[in-house]
Design a protein around this ligand. Structure first.
Ligand SMILES: [Zn+2]
Length: 356
């Protein structure tokens, strides 16, 4: 077919749109959509749908003990919450999975997703040593074998097997990140790791002073995602003096300011100076309504109410998955718009022992 000069460009543009643009147009071109998923068990799972059409996970929720991770009768956030959500959004692949730290309430759905979905890249903090568990190392090993290998599925021909085998030997598309590293999550986003530092926080500390649990928490990946004027901060389960000291000594104060913040450690530990350092307009806590007390905290603890009190007092709008269901924030690069699955009216009263 011969095209006269004037029709070439529109047709080429239309073809390019079909190839490159249709996917992002369907999701919402130019927008960054971030969804904190409500989970029936304790955990955190956030889905980022990027302006260029990619889908990235920050943490993968928890798994119920009954029946084991994903076992019969058990709950698996990957299988039972994240996969149905992604499918409902028309997604068939995961461009990247980032696990902030190796605790079960953050990696609970990872293995199932790695085994059942195409996961193109896998990112963690690379930490090894005290506190690390066999369960997590199995997930990292699985990711090293599979993540990114899917990229090779598109390579047809006799070289595919050899390339796949080479990729596996080289660690697939696995990447360990520390402060100062950047991730390529598309041309519209600036994605930067603020923590942990390369030497990790408290790694040489006495186990009596820093527990295994605390060690892994404070070395969570702290991810800063900038879209135009809007900054989203994902601090995992970071808290504590050495964490705040690391941030204040390595990051310029204005670079820490965020539009939207995931409440650190589900809202249990907002931090001493951290809330004001970030000064977020919107804070989202992924938490159950309350947690049973134990010997040291003999009362039901409600991290959502705690976050509401602490961040609300300095002007933030606070959402909690236990009350609001899935929380979605959409950025157009200029402003953000939040929406919730259900309204919470009114906020429950704080238990006296928590309200102090
Ligand atoms: Zn956690």
């Amino acid at each position: 077919m011969i095209l006269h000069d004037g029709s070439v460009k529109p047709i080429l543009c239309a073809a390019l749109f079909l190839v490159l643009g249709a996917r992002s147009w369907l999701i919402g071109a130019g927008q960054l959509t971030v969804t904190w998923l409500e989970l029936p068990v304790h955990g955190l799972a956030v889905v980022l749908e990027t302006p260029s059409g990619g889908v990235f996970l920050i943490d993968t929720g928890g798994a119920a003990l009954a029946g084991g991770n994903g076992g019969p009768g058990g709950y698996d956030a990957g299988r039972d919450t994240i996969a149905p959500f992604l499918a409902g959004r028309g997604r068939t692949e995961i461009d990247g999975m980032l696990l902030s730290h190796p605790h079960g309430d953050h990696f609970g759905g990872a293995l199932w997703l790695l085994e059942h979905w195409k996961v193109r890249t896998f990112v963690d903090n690379g930490y090894t040593g005290r506190g690390q568990t066999e369960t997590y190392l199995k997930i990292r090993a699985r990711a090293q074998q599979t993540a990114g290998v899917y990229l090779l599925d598109r390579i047809a021909g006799e070289k595919a097997d050899a390339l796949r085998s080479t990729a596996q030997k080289q660690g697939g598309n696995y990447r360990a990140v520390v402060a100062g590293d950047r991730l390529d999550w598309g041309p519209d986003l600036d994605v930067e790791v603020l923590s942990p530092p390369a030497e990790y926080l408290g790694k040489g500390a006495d186990a009596k002073k820093v527990s295994d649990h605390g060690l892994l928490n404070q070395n969570s990946i702290v991810l800063r995602v900038q879209h135009g004027k809007n900054v989203f901060l994902f601090p995992g389960d970071c808290y504590g003096g050495s964490f705040e000291h690391h941030l204040t000594t390595t990051v310029k104060p204005e670079h820490l300011k965020a539009t939207v913040l995931t409440a650190p450690h589900h809202g249990f530990n907002p931090g001493t100076n951290f809330p004001r350092m970030v000064s977020a307009q919107i804070v989202v806590a992924s938490a159950l309504a309350d947690y049973p007390g134990n010997a040291t905290t003999p009362y039901p603890r409600s991290p959502g109410l705690h976050a509401h009190r602490v961040f609300g007092a300095i002007g933030a709008t606070v959402y909690v998955t236990a009350w609001h269901g899935n929380v979605r924030v959409v950025s157009d690069g200029e402003s953000v718009k939040a929406s919730v699955q259900r309204e919470s009216e009114p906020w429950p009263e704080l238990p006296k022992s928590v309200a102090k």
